[in-house]
Design a protein around this ligand. Structure first.
Ligand code: ATP
Ligand code: MG
Ligand code: MG
Ligand code: MG
Length: 439
């Protein structure tokens, strides 16, 4: 992608409305634009990051055996009347009437709809376990939308729903998602700690929130420090190994970690002082086991091996991609801008010419661009004739991991300066060496 033909509306000034660093940087880097309160467009640079986040989420959901589908954003109120949540949900639910005066709503979550899909076609235990997910917009009329896409009204959620014949089966399904979440967050370059959590309006009795520690987080959390030592389950994890997954779950829940709603002061004070962590955090994922809370009122039953009808045991599993992007920035930035983990960077590398139109510069930039593109890398080529200072500031602001800076003098000898965004280290090398570094 040539910067001269790209759409990346950089802001020079610090936007006044942004209270936290991720919001400020997302606006300045031209990643998002607010359209109305708590409702955002994702501009090209932001969309690239969001797509990479979603791709990792998808890969890990699929690896754990979940199956993707797509459900609509608009739902009929009838389903929610069946579960009893239509009246309970309150003002966070955006209620709409269609031209026939039928009550509709913009879905804040999808337990009812997925239960409806399930009950229409699954009749036998032989089709279980089943886990269906989608990545779809949700709407919650938050009382205080703020911090950009961190707490917006319209936001993206990956929500998965599991169906099992028994409670034991459902807890294994829960463990699959627990492990998938550990892997997902690690691949996104962040450390999210699973903490015992309240179940809120989704309801149920077994639940964990995945929390990224950050001073700007809205949740108050309490935990043991030892989480940094736990190993992330490998990509070869056997998701059908019931005991193996249980062992991972047991390990990760063996030390104290709880959100304020579930906090047990006595258990916390029993932890030695030096290991006690009382901090703020960002909820980026939340998983629930809630048994027959929806299958019962909505009549989702299957025939068991005993020939009798059984209500299915369900769980639901959410991740917020549009919250994760700012959460990653909160965890990874410096005074000059964003520092993307390689896995979600909008581009793998940036090629920057210091003199557009100079024959040697153009030649070196072109060969870098062609070589990287051929190797399947996403490259942003700053081919503009902006001032050097502006170019460097933009490159640091948007946080692409590797910058390849091509000036007339080094270009004349076929060389390029390679800068690591994270460490700031610069090194001059041949075009071949620069290409080898990335490919
Ligand atoms: P919060 O406590 O922040 O209001 P929640 O507990 O209401 O979140 P869940 O119902 O557990 O949210 O939804 C699953 C995930 O969806 C959350 O863990 C979060 O990552 C994301 N999410 C929820 N609300 C928002 C929002 N307003 N903006 C962006 N992401 C959100
Ligand atoms: Mg909420
Ligand atoms: Mg919450
Ligand atoms: Mg939650």
């Amino acid at each position: 992608m040539r910067l001269s033909r790209y759409f990346m509306p950089i802001l020079k000034e610090n936007p006044k409305e942004a209270e936290i660093v991720s919001h400020r940087l997302m606006l300045r880097a031209g990643m998002i634009r607010q359209q109305s309160q708590g409702i955002y467009s994702w501009l090209p640079l932001g969309k690239r990051v969001l797509d990479k986040v979603n791709k990792i989420i998808r890969e890990e959901q699929n690896r754990a055996g979940a199956i993707e589908l797509s459900m609509p954003t608009l739902q009929s109120a009838e389903l929610w009347q069946e579960s009893g949540r239509y009246d309970d949900y309150g003002k966070e639910m955006l209620r709409i009437k269609d031209r026939q005066e039928r009550p509709m709503l913009y879905g804040p979550t999808n337990e009812e709809m997925i239960t409806d899909i399930f009950r229409a076609s699954v009749k036998s235990y032989k089709n279980l376990p089943l886990n269906l997910y989608h990545i779809q917009l949700k709407f919650r009329d938050e009382i205080r939308p703020r911090f950009g896409t961190m707490r917006s009204r319209e936001f993206l959620m990956k929500d998965a729903y599991s169906f099992d014949l028994t409670k034991e089966g459902a807890l294994h399904s829960y463990n699959k998602m627990f492990v998938a979440y550990l892997r997902t967050f690690a691949r996104l370059g962040v450390r999210a700690i699973p903490m015992r959590a309240d179940t809120g309006p989704i309801g149920g009795n077994h639940s964990h929130e995945f929390i990224i520690l950050a001073d700007t987080g809205e949740s108050e959390v309490f935990s043991h420090r030892s989480f940094t030592e736990f190993e992330i389950p490998s990509e070869n994890t056997d998701f059908d190994d019931v005991a193996g997954l249980q062992a991972i779950f047991d390990k990760w829940t063996s030390v104290y970690a709880a959100t304020s709603e579930m906090h047990d002061e006595a258990a916390f004070t029993a932890i030695p002082d030096a290991d006690r962590l009382s901090a703020r955090g960002i909820e980026v994922g939340h998983i629930f086991y809630f048994g027959t809370k929806y299958s019962e009122p909505m009549g989702a039953k299957v025939q068991g091996p005993d020939g009798k009808e059984h209500l299915v045991h369900m769980g639901s599993y959410g991740i917020g991609p549009t919250r994760l992007v700012p959460a990653i920035i909160e965890a990874s930035h410096d005074e000059n801008g964003i520092i993307w983990p390689a896995s979600v960077a909008p581009f793998d590398a940036m090629v920057i010419t210091m003199k557009a139109g100079d024959e040697a510069c153009d030649r070196v930039c072109d060969s870098l661009y062609a070589g990287l593109t051929k190797a399947g890398k996403d490259v942003l080529y700053d081919d503009t004739d902006d001032r050097a200072g502006t170019k460097f500031a933009t490159a640091d602001l948007i946080g692409v991991p590797v910058q390849m800076i091509v000036g007339p003098r080094s270009a004349a000898t076929g060389e390029v300066e390679v800068k690591d965004r994270k460490t700031g280290a610069r090194e001059t090398m041949t075009v071949e060496a620069a290409l080898n570094r990335l490919t």
